[in-house]
Design a binder for this molecule. Sequence first.
Ligand code: ADP
Ligand code: MG
Length: 688
Amino acid sequence: MDVLNESVQVLKGIGSSKARMLSRLGINMIQDLIYYFPKGYKDKSIITRIKDAAPGGYFNVTGIVESRASESRSKRGLLITRFIVSDGTGSLAIVFYNNRFAKNMFKQGDKAVFSGRTSLINNMVSMECPEYEKSVGNNINTLRIVPEYGLTEGLSQKEIRKAVYGALELVDNKMEEVFPAEFRKRFKLSEINFSIRNIHFPDSLKSLEMAQRRLKFQEVFFFQSYLLRMRNRTAIGEEGIEFKAKEDAKAFESKLPYSLTSAQSRVLEEVLADMGKPSAMNRLIQGDVGSGKTVIAFLALLNCVKSGYQGVLMAPTEILAVQHFETIRDYISPGGENIKIELITGSMRSACKKEVLENIKEGKIDIIIGTHAVLSEGVDFNKLGLVITDEQHRFGVRQRAILQSKGSNPDMLVMSATPIPRTLSLVLYGDLDISVIDELPPNRKKIETYFISSDKRDRLYNFVKKLIGEGRQAYIVCPLVEESEKLELNSAKEYCENIKNSYFKEYNIGLVYGKMKNEEKDRAMLSFKNGKTQIIVSTTVIEVGINVPNATIMLIENAERFGLAQLHQLRGRVGRGEHQSYCILISDSNSEAVRDRLSFMTKTNDGFLIAKKDLETRGSGEILGTRQHGLEEFRLVDLSKDYDIIKASKEAIEYLYKDNGIKEAIYHKLVKYLNDEFDKIIEKIALN
Ligand code: ADP
Ligand code: MG
């Protein structure tokens, strides 16, 4: 449909100045207008007889203007315009304030619809500043369920409505339907033109509901389809590797320095069962920080290696890769296993790297741990069987696909410490099986969390000193300044200088900020990890997953600037060792919502509860990280409420892909649409 790609200026009433305003709302083409969905609706479909319009209610009335408007001034100089309308059952006064144009808006005999609240003024039922619409033939603004759009300066509700209405007329019910009738029937979806029309100008509440269902479904369905493609998996249940060393992996449990929690055992069982199947595993392990995901990754790698394949574990930063490398090496060596493990990072010296790469290619190395470096061209595997990525949200799905392509359909395991509610995981991981480690290892001390205002700073710093005196270490997350990187840097440096010169003269203080070079960042984190610095000041989120068990206190300045899930991630840096840990949220905000959020943090350590609350209080876009995927944010779907639709969409994905139903002729249009849109997304990612 070409008309969809026309500029909004083809519409009557939209010139270059209105077009510029629309552009501020992201609306440039007819298509954008069609998909600019209302924020809400007002039901103005019921007309009340004027005699029934009692004072103190909200009514729509149709009336004939009885007289020309009169103007007067109140004592304070307010311009009052007033006229009478009647409908044969009674009369009503219409009143406007400080509106120079009101006087000439209506003349005697005009017929119009007025919507507004009624009140009693000078003993006469009156409607103050009502919404009105003159033409009663083709109603956009009254006598129906009326859409309410998000506005921008200079653009009125009426103007947007008119533009959308005009766009719909232009499109004239000729939008292409990509879902075949059979599919729509199966998943209870109304037709596209009906849906688009009714989401803007519903015939009835029932039609509105049907339109919303269809369009919400399509949002989730397309999103899931693109993710599926990014994962490079057109077919679920493709042939993969059957790993046969499950018993070896399980036997190793007795050689671990601790026994697995029952949640870990359950998840391990799920992972090993998947690996034993002929189809390729695609599993996500979700577990709160500290729930012990690494050991599960290790046992999966063991199963892989003992079955004769190579396994990769990829971490988002060098320091995390090193940490995993050391942990896994320590698991292996006392067990007397003959397993070769290597670390690949960007900062590796090239001579050394060359040899390692050669060995990987020849299959002399069993387990490879690394950063993005393992994605690079020169890294070839002999027999890659398992790919594990840690802290998945730091990786694009694309990178995972690259790794996957280095083997012949290897098993995939994704580990995430970002607890997300069920609805969200269904959207994001529609094609992954999910295991949840919903239990922390025993004897973990609960992190004590407090919420204080900055006037308690002296006492707080003294407390930090006391802990450092006992040999502990501290994180300070500094005011987050979004305006500019330079400011961000200055504020962190300034903060650092400040405490160096005052409260914490006798200590070594490290500094980490967002735009620092990776090596510098790693160096600073490393000195903290080795205990050379007692305090580390950071502006941005300290590396996810960093493990410094000796750090037992975290101060978060301007805590109101963080989302709940983010605070929880940050807090997860402490409470990793034997000592009691603390998290102090500092904020002087008076906002009730902020105080409510921060108090919530002091009451629970449960990441899933926090994520749920976070989703309710914030939008989904940020949490979904849609931009990172090059995908659009949801306009209609509310991830905290639309569980049924999300589930239906996941079912549809399975229905289409499991038995390759998508290849049938009736889905040609859908496939073409998905292909075209996907190409655009890839283009967008490439440009970023
Ligand atoms: P995360 O899930 O955040 O990646 P880790 O795998 O880093 O957690 O584990 C956190 C800490 O808990 C590590 O020091 C690890 O050795 C320890 N740990 C893991 N599982 C257990 C267990 N079952 N019992 C005791 N300690 C455990
Ligand atoms: Mg981890």
